[in-house]
Design a protein around this ligand. Structure first.
Ligand code: HAM
Length: 430
């Protein structure tokens, strides 16, 4: 067993070149979709003041915080990006043209109990629209997610999106079991988010625990959990309070999703409430069709977070799309991309006397924008050719004494195995 300090901490990853190739491939797709939807890229520090993330609603994300004291400051590695983005918006609140569309790709840290697809660090593509109260923003975000799924080879239907409205749940409960306790809605959501993990009885126990944050009766708790079984939009709309604004929004969202062509892959599901306390309206999550993995992405509307953090009232909605689950899903479906090293040419001086000419050739090729590896030591040509083939290199450029004397180089195309003699680029001869 290697010494502990020689291993990456449990739940964290080293990215070797092949891992990095996949990561870059995925991030390039994130960026391309963000650009197609006119989102601007931003970045923020990984270390923030811990208080930015600490909320009192009993969320797992707060219990999992990597945090420490340093020179009298209580700092934390960010577990998610939304609070940092909100902080950045607050700092420039008066000067920003709203609605704004920002995205970022960043590493997040959560001290999780690990299962498949769940690590202690992960990267997230996070996209946010701030300053827009209408569900056109939700529709735009969901449409961007589908564009991404399509780009990475997960056609329609392979990831199913489930949508709910916390606002609708809140409206319904305020007219009933929460009539006298409107303040416990946040902790109530955190408890019912655990339904699929811990089951109905355990959620009822949580909601009715007299020492707990929510403290409903057992009957009222059972009533709350029963509502979560609705998985049909029409039923949800029928059950909604009269003139419900939340129901109207939900209906409008589904109309817009139809217009975007993604309606068939998005379903209403009252059990989706999400485990973060700040959501106030539409919430959504995406799962692999077999629902064998954790959520591929999740998001929703959080119209009060900016204000809670000390900023102006500002409607906001966004999502986080992780790098871990999507990789698991592509691997399960045998659809991980084959990514080569992307080297165009390998240049080999056949002996040291030709090295200056080889370096000049490499320089000329790099000047044309090609990626060029110069063989650095004494080369066995057979091995160079075999390595280059394996790495997916396009051409091997060989310069031996005969060629150099005639101002030539031998260029072998590794795919066709054809070899031709070409002039050394201008100024690269002896
Ligand atoms: P979240 O649901 O906690 O939401 O995370 C979003 C996505 O990040 C998840 O669906 C999953 O793909 C990935 N993820 C989260 N935790 C882990 C983990 N431990 N290991 C691997 N992947 C993970 C948020 O973080 C919200 N801030 C999203 C948001 C943005 N809502 C509004 N704006």
């Amino acid at each position: 067993m290697a010494k502990r300090e020689l291993q990456a901490p449990r739940g964290t990853r080293d990215f070797y070149p092949e891992d990095m190739r996949f990561r870059s491939w995925l991030f390039d797709h994130f960026r391309a979709v963000a650009r197609a939807f006119a989102f601007e890229e931003i970045d923020a520090p990984i270390v923030e003041h811990a208080d930015l993330f600490i909320r009192k609603a009993g969320e797992e994300i707060v219990e999992q915080l990597y945090h420490f004291e340093l020179h009298g400051r209580h700092l934390a590695l960010r577990p998610e990006l939304t609070p940092s983005i909100s902080r950045m918006v607050i700092a420039r609140a008066g000067a920003l043209r709203l609605p704004l569309r920002w995205f970022t790709i960043g590493q997040n840290w959560r001290y999780e109990r690990m299962t498949r697809g769940r690590k202690r660090e992960h990267y997230q593509w996070d996209a946010e629209i701030l300053g827009e109260p209408g569900v056109a923003a939700e529709a735009e975000l969901l449409s961007a997610i589908f564009a991404l799924l399509e780009r990475v080879g997960l056609g329609n239907g392979e990831v199913q999106v489930r949508v709910n409205s916390r606002a609708l749940l809140e409206e319904s409960l305020r007219g009933g079991v929460l009539r006298d306790r409107p303040d416990v809605f946040g902790p109530l959501c955190i408890a019912i988010d655990k339904l699929s993990k811990i089951g109905r009885d355990a959620v009822v126990d949580l909601l009715s625990d007299p020492q707990g944050e929510v403290g409903l009766t057992r009957d009222a708790s059972g009533e709350v959990v029963d509502r979560l079984a609705i998985d049909d939009l029409d039923d949800a709309l029928r059950e909604a309070p009269p003139n419900s604004a939340a129901a109207a929004e939900l209906r409008r969202l589904f109309e817009l999703l139809e217009a975007y062509g993604i309606g068939p892959y998005v379903h209403f599901d009252a059990s989706v409430v999400r485990g973060l306390a700040y959501y106030t309206g539409i919430v959504f999550e995406g799962f692999d069709a077999g629902a064998t993995l954790r959520a591929v992405f999740g998001g929703g509307r959080y119209d009060r977070l900016v204000e809670t953090l000390g900023g102006p009232a500002m409607p906001a909605v966004g999502f986080g799309f992780g790098d871990v689950v999507i990789a698991e899903l592509l691997a399960d479906l045998d659809r991980l991309p084959t990514l080569s090293r992307d080297v165009g040419d390998v240049v080999v001086p056949l002996d040291e006397a030709q090295r200056p000419a080889a370096l000049r050739v490499a320089r000329a090729l790099r000047g044309e924008g090609r990626s060029v590896e110069v063989v650095l030591g004494a080369a066995r040509l057979k091995r160079v050719l075999a390595d280059a083939s394996r790495a997916g290199v396009e051409r091997v450029v060989m310069i031996g004494p005969d060629e150099a004397a005639r101002g030539k180089m031998r260029v072998r195309d590794l795919a066709s195995r054809e070899e031709q003699e070409l002039d050394l680029p201008e100024g690269s001869g002896r």
